[in-house]
Design a protein around this ligand. Structure first.
Ligand code: MN
Length: 511
C-alpha cells in the first residue's frame, strides 16, 4: 500500500562556497538517498529533490510537496550553513510532515588530510543548528533524527516516521461511517467531530442503517456461499457447522451476508472505517413481515474487516475507528498485529494483576495466537438477542503498546500505555476473543495513570508499534500525548497532566 508514496529529500545549501561545492553536495546527497533506499530498512522510497540554495527554491519545493499526492513528508538535511531566513517562507507554507535529519556525508574526521575544502562539504554540525533554530523559532512541528545516515538505528527512526507520515496522509481523506449514533449517554467515546476533522483530518458521517440495509438486500447468494466456504477453510470450526440444515450454519451464513453488505457500502462510499451500534440493526421487530435487518450483531464482519484494514469502533466510537485505521495503516507489513480492544474485567493476582482485554465480539484476528475458531453462541445484548457468529481466540504473549484519543474540551489527548501481554486462558463460558495484559509500569500505576488522564475503556493495541510511532503521530497532528511506561510514577504523571493543562491553554491562545 506504500508503493505509490514518496518521501522527499531536500538538501539545504547556499552558493557561498562556489558551484563546485554545490555539485559535490548534490552528488553526496544522491549517494545518501540511494544508500537509504538500498538499506532495505525504509518502507517508502526517498526521492532526492535537489539542493535548495535560496528562499525561492525552498518555497518552490515546499509548495510542490504540498501539491504532490505521492509525497507524504519531507526530510531536510543541511549540508552546509544554509542561512535559515531563506527557509521562513517555505516552512510557513509546508503542510506535510517534516523530518530534520542531522547527519553528515562523511563519517569519521580524516584528521591527517582534512582541509578547508573538506570542511566546506561537511558543515552539518553548524548548518543543522541554524535550521533547527528557525524551526524552533517558528514552532514548526518536526522530528529530529541524529546520527550517521548509514546507521541502522538512524534508518529505523526514519522508517517509523515514514510509516506515520503515510498514515497521516491516509487520514487526511479518511471517511468513517457511523451506523447509528454513540451509545446513549456515553461520554468518553464521543467528542467534537468538527475539531477532529480540523486537527486530525478525518471526516465522520452519520449513515442511516436503512442505507446499509439496501446493500444487504442486494447481496448475491452466490457470494454468500463463497464467503462461508472461505470461513470454513480459514478457521477452525465444528464439522456439524457445515451442515446447511444446522442452526449454526444458518447463523454463519447470515453473518457472511452482513459482512458483504458492510464491505459493499464501505467501498461504495470510499470509507476507511465504520462504527456500529448494537441497538440499531435495521427493522427492530424481527417478526415484522417486512423485516429488513441484521438478525445478529455483525461481529464477525467487524473482526474480519478490521483485519482487512478498515477502522472499527464499537458502540459508535468513531475516534477509535479512525485511530485503529491509522494504527493498521502504519504497521502494514510488520509482524505482530493490531486490534480494537476493551478493558473487560480485572484480574487481581498480586504482581501479576492484569486486565482482560476483549469485546463481546469485535476483536481483530490479527492478534490471535492460534488459528481463530468460528463459533456460534447466543448473545443477549442489544436489540437482537440472537445466535451470533464470532471468531474466538486468545492473543499472543508479548510486549505491545495500546493507545486512545480522548476529547478534553480544548484539545485532543493521545494516551499511550506500554503493556505486557501475558498468557490468556480460554473462557469456555464466555466465548469471546481476548488478550490479557499487565499495564506498565505495574497494574496499579498503569491503570491509575490511564484513569487520571481520562482514558477510554476502548483502545487500539498493537504488538508492532513502539511509543515512537505515537510520538511522531502526536507531533505531526499537534496534539497532546501522555505516555505511561516503565518509568511512570503517579507523582510525576499528575504533574505532567497539570503542566500540560497550562501548556495547551497557552498554546490555544497563541493560535
Ligand atoms: Mn465497547
Amino acid at each position: 500500500m506504500y508503493e505509490n508514496l514518496e518521501i522527499w529529500w531536500v538538501t539545504g545549501a547556499q552558493l557561498l562556497y562556489g558551484g563546485d561545492a554545490v555539485v559535490a553536495v548534490d552528488a553526496h546527497s544522491k549517494e545518501m538517498v540511494d544508500g537509504l533506499n538500498k538499506s532495505g530498512r525504509l518502507p517508502i522510497k526517498v526521492v532526492y529533490k535537489g539542493t535548495a540554495n535560496s528562499s525561492k527554491e525552498v518555497e518552490d519545493v515546499m509548495k510542490a510537496a504540498n501539491n504532490s499526492n505521492q509525497c507524504v513528508g519531507i526530510i531536510t538535511w543541511m549540508h552546509t550553513f544554509s542561512p535559515a531566513k531563506m527557509w521562513i517562507h517555505g516552512l510557513r507554507q509546508l503542510h506535510k510532515p517534516l523530518l530534520h535529519l542531522h547527519t553528515q556525508y562523511n563519517a569519521e574526521i580524516p584528521w591527517d588530510t582534512m582541509d578547508m575544502d573538506f570542511m566546506n562539504l561537511n558543515q552539518s554540525a553548524h548548518g543543522d543548528r541554524e535550521f533547527g533554530h528557525i524551526c524552533a523559532r517558528m514552532r514548526i512541528p518536526r522530528k529530529v533524527v541524529v546520527g550517521h545516515w548509514t546507521e541502522p538505528e538512524v534508518q529505523d527512526h526514519i522508517a517509523v516516521w515514514s510509516r506515520v507520515a503515510a498514515a497521516w496522509a491516509d487520514a487526511q481523506d479518511m471517511l468513517i461511517l457511523r451506523f447509528g449514533d454513540q451509545m446513549n449517554n456515553v461520554a468518553v467515546t464521543d467528542g467534537d467531530k468538527v475539531e477532529a476533522e480540523l486537527r486530525l483530518g478525518y471526516h465522520v458521517d452519520y449513515t442511516p442503517v436503512s442505507e446499509l440495509m439496501e446493500h444487504l438486500k442486494k447481496v448475491d447468494e452466490k457470494d454468500v456461499d463463497a464467503l462461508v466456504k472461505e470461513y470454513f477453510s480459514l478457521y477452525a470450526h465444528a464439522p456439524e457447522m457445515e451442515d446447511p440444515k444446522s442452526d449454526d450454519y444458518k447463523a454463519v451464513r447470515s453473518a457472511a451476508k452482513a459482512e458483504i453488505a458492510i464491505r459493499s457500502i464501505l467501498k461504495e462510499k470510499g470509507a476507511k472505517g465504520f462504527t456500529t451500534n448494537f441497538d440499531d440493526l435495521g427493522t427492530n421487530d424481527i417478526n415484522d413481515p417486512n423485516f429488513l435487518g441484521f438478525d445478529q450483531i455483525p461481529g464477525l464482519a467487524s473482526q474480519r474487516l478490521m483485519a482487512e484494514g478498515y477502522g472499527f469502533g464499537a458502540e459508535g466510537d468513531w475516534k477509535s475507528a479512525a485511530l485503529y485505521r491509522t494504527l493498521w495503516f502504519m504497521t502494514q507489513g510488520e509482524p505482530g498485529g493490531c486490534s480494537f480492544l476493551e478493558d473487560y474485567t480485572l484480574n487481581f493476582d498480586g504482581k501479576q494483576s492484569s486486565i482482560l482485554q476483549a469485546h463481546m465480539l469485535e476483536v481483530c484476528p490479527l492478534i490471535a495466537e492460534e488459528k481463530p475458531r468460528l463459533e456460534v453462541h447466543f448473545l443477549g445484548i442489544g436489540i437482537r438477542k440472537a445466535q451470533t457468529a464470532r471468531l474466538v481466540f486468545t492473543s499472543k504473549p508479548g510486549n505491545g503498546v495500546t493507545a486512545t484519543v480522548v476529547d478534553m474540551g480544548n484539545r485532543f489527548r493521545l494516551i499511550v500505555n506500554d503493556v505486557e501481554c501475558i498468557k490468556s486462558k480460554p473462557l469456555p463460558k464466555l466465548p469471546v476473543a481476548s488478550a490479557l495484559w499487565i499495564p506498565m509500569p505495574d497494574f496499579a500505576t498503569g491503570a491509575g495513570a490511564w484513569i487520571l488522564a481520562g482514558g477510554t475503556h476502548h483502545s487500539c493495541f498493537s504488538y508492532s508499534v513502539t511509543p515512537e510511532y505515537w510520538e511522531d503521530y502526536a507531533e505531526i497532528a499537534g496534539i497532546e500525548m501522555v505516555h505511561i511506561d516503565r518509568n511512570t510514577t503517579m507523582e510525576g504523571f499528575k504533574k505532567e497532566l497539570r503542566y500540560n493543562e497550562v501548556y495547551y491553554l497557552l498554546n490555544k491562545s497563541l493560535q
